[in-house]
Design a protein around this ligand. Structure first.
Ligand code: ADP
Length: 164
């Protein structure tokens, strides 16, 4: 059986940092499944389906491939359903470590799932979906931080009355 990694996140929207993680994971695992997590109490800028579409389109442009699932609830449940054996995360810096260590311990305790982290490329370690949205909301240029389709979606979102 091939190795399958489950890369969970909000991806609201996908950034160059997320694409970099999938690119590097592609050489480590046979299959990468991107799990777009839906948190009912956190409404994002984009619907889960749109987040999948934007991520997929960026991977396509980069010549990469992943499977996609939208899930709510526990990542380990979605990962097991997807046939994954490993949870994959990106580590941007010390700020991520505390929560990541707790999540990893919880996921081992709950479901005996191991978590692997890839260190963010230093070029993109400051890039997060929330920072991108903050900059874009203030009319800043985020074209270096997000793939082309996500940039168009951000622009469209900001032109929608009541957005922000
Ligand atoms: P979450 O809300 O689960 O943190 P995100 O969409 O913000 O979801 O991130 C999903 C995953 O991608 C997390 O593991 C996060 O650490 C990682 N990640 C986010 N931005 C980057 C980046 N610039 N470089 C590497 N990994 C990143």
């Amino acid at each position: 059986m091939g190795s399958t990694a489950f890369y969970a996140g909000s991806f609201d929207p996908v950034t160059v940092g997320h694409i970099d993680i999938v690119r590097r994971a592609a050489s480590l695992f046979d299959v990468v499944v991107v799990g777009v997590g839906v948190n009912p109490s956190k409404r994002g800028w984009f619907s889960p389906e749109q987040r999948v579409e934007l991520f997929q389109s960026a991977l396509h442009d980069a010549g990469l491939h992943a499977k996609f699932v939208v899930f709510s609830g526990l990542a380990v449940t979605a990962a097991a359903d997807a046939g994954a054996t490993v949870l994959l995360r990106g580590l941007r810096g010390p700020g991520d470590i505390d929560m990541e260590l707790r999540n990893a311990a919880g996921n081992r305790d709950l479901a005996e799932f191991e978590t692997l982290w890839l260190a963010a490329d230093p070029r993109w370690s400051f890039v997060s979906s929330s920072l991108v949205k903050e900059i874009a909301s203030c009319s800043g240029d985020v074209s270096r931080y997000v793939p082309a389709a996500a940039l168009r979606a951000i622009e469209a979102h900001l032109q929608t009355p009541g957005s922000g």
